[in-house]
Design a protein around this ligand. Structure first.
Ligand SMILES: [Zn+2]
Length: 221
């Protein structure tokens, strides 16, 4: 039946994707685990610093996987809120001269978007913007990057393979870019080798959009 999943969601108690505690999509303790942004050193990511809210391990890893791979859309709000809480305090990040924070989500592969219920990072960026607005800040989401057909899932690829996988397929989407020269912050879910973030930073920078910082949910190692 078309409504069965929705009905199940109403009947079954919500449990924390990180630890299983009932009553929350992401419990206060697991949220606290996503509240310590730290710099990430990952090869040549260009001029912009990269920050991660948590290590890609334990509850944080389970939360990211539940959101990204298992369609837990109820995690978009708490994860967006975690981004919004960290963003204004990153030393290099800043809003544009009008006070608008411009958020650029890393692009999702089209096949991944289909199977995972839409571009999950775009949804995350929108949740982050909504939370910034709720705390009195102005924010805009600019889906300025797109990944063309043919790009493989990056899982299992090393840094060089990831770079080759992205070469020429990562482009600016003219429909999604902010005004030229606008300072932006890149948002992503997991940084592994740093190749994807580096390619995103390079593409934005070459297009005339200075990236102040990249903020990711989790970093491996
Ligand atoms: Zn929890």
């Amino acid at each position: 039946m078309w409504f069965s999943k929705r009905v199940l969601e109403l009947i079954l108690p919500v449990t924390c994707a990180g630890c299983g505690e009932p009553g929350h999509a992401c419990c206060p303790e697991c949220r606290a685990g996503l509240a310590r942004p730290a710099p990430v050193a990952r090869g040549p990511t260009g001029a912009a610093p990269v920050y991660a809210l948590a290590r890609y391990t334990g509850p944080a890893r389970r939360i990211v996987l539940a959101y990204k791979e298992r369609g837990r859309r109820d995690l978009a709000a708490p994860l967006g809120a975690a981004f919004a809480a960290a963003l204004p305090y990153l030393p290099e990040a800043r809003a544009d001269p009008e006070g608008v924070w411009w958020l650029v989500p890393a692009p999702s592969r089209r096949t991944a978007s289909r199977t995972r219920g839409g571009p999950h990072l775009l949804r995350l960026a929108r949740a982050c913007a909504a939370e910034l607005a709720a705390t009195g800040r102005r924010a805009a989401v600019a889906p300025a990057l797109r990944l063309g057909f043919g790009a493989r899932d990056a899982v299992g690829l090393d840094r060089d393979q990831r770079a080759a996988n992205l070469a020429g397929r990562l482009t600016l989407d003219p429909r999604g870019v902010p005004p030229r020269g606008t300072p932006v912050v890149l948002l992503d879910d997991v940084v592994t080798t740093g190749a994807t973030v580096a390619a995103c930073l390079r593409t934005l920078g070459e297009g005339g959009f200075p990236v102040m910082a990249a903020l990711v949910l989790t970093a491996t190692r």
